[in-house]
Write a protein that binds this ligand. Structure first.
Ligand code: NAP
Length: 245
């Protein structure tokens, strides 16, 4: 049976473009009120305006995941306006020049990646968790990557075996660890915490070399954001099913 999602409130980080924007668009189409998290005000406002023009209930919310003041202010705004958060999509993420395999990766590049892809997610999740707990059935979705799979990193036959980026791949592996541990902490609640491999998707992150459209790249994240109460929690998922850790 088709679920009714209208009235739900979702925050998507890094929603001004790429997969995040498309997740916001699809959630908006499903009737969810979307808070368009973006670090750049002009880009965030323009994205929210385009989503509204497409019929979504969308509002820009300033959020740089590496700036604690914006994270705290965003949580305060959501608390005052809505009192709860039904869906948190931790989508914001970066790759960096200088990242590479362990023998040559620039430690500063690795650190910059972890600041956004891991510490940013940790800060946002900790700030939003009290609001997600106020939801009747909260959903937290991490936008991870197949590159975060230790199994695939260790498999010479994996299609991405040669992509050894300590910072980027490592940031997604620790995100997956966070997912498992947070799901365990929340096991006695209706909150689901899952991590998603979007697949190789054409966005600015890869100079649009990805082979999937953003609609395809956003699909599993949206599915998990709207998952029913009997859905799994603490899982690593992709469109075709379960991804290997
Ligand atoms: P993208 O088009 O480059 O979008 C990244 C988004 O993150 C942008 O909105 C960017 O904002 C935002 N962002 C970066 N740093 C931020 C910060 N400090 N605070 C808040 N927002 C920040 O890349 P994408 O491909 O859509 O990536 C979205 C997620 O999917 C990432 O987590 C990425 O690792 C993951 N992913 C992508 C692929 C793929 O093939 N594309 C595959 C697997 C996983 P600005 O516009 O201001 O820079």
């Amino acid at each position: 049976m088709e679920q009714n999602h209208s009235g739900k409130i979702a925050l998507i980080t890094g929603a001004n473009k790429g997969i995040g924007y498309e997740v916001a668009r699809q959630l908006g189409q499903a009737g969810v009120t979307v808070l368009v998290g973006a670090r750049n005000t002009a880009l965030g406002q323009s994205a929210a305006a385009r989503l509204r023009a497409g019929g979504a209930d969308a509002t820009f919310l300033e959020l740089d995941v590496t700036k604690p003041a914006t994270v705290a202010a965003a949580a305060d705004t959501i608390r005052q306006r809505h009192g709860r958060l039904d869906i948190l999509v931790n989508n914001a993420g970066i790759a960096q020049k200088g990242d590479g395999p362990p023998s040559i990766a620039d430690p500063d590049a690795v650190r910059r990646i972890l600041e956004v892809n891991f510490f940013g997610v940790l800060a946002v999740t900790q700030a939003m968790l009290p609001l997600v707990r106020n939801s009747a059935s909260g959903r937290i979705v991490m936008v991870s990557s197949g590159l975060g799979s230790l199994t695939w990193n260790a498999d010479p036959a994996s299609p991405f075996a040669s992509v050894k980026l300590l910072g980027y791949n490592g940031s997604k592996a620790i995100l997956n660890m966070m997912t498992v541990q947070l799901a365990w902490e929340l096991r006695d609640t209706l909150i689901k915490v899952n991590t998603v491999n979007p697949g190789y998707t054409a966005t600015d992150l890869n100079q649009n070399r990805g082979t999937q459209t953003v609609a395809e790249g956003a699909a599993e994240t949206v599915r998990q954001a709207l998952a029913p109460d009997d859905a799994p929690s603490g899982a690593f998922l992709e469109t075709s099913g379960v991804a290997p850790w």
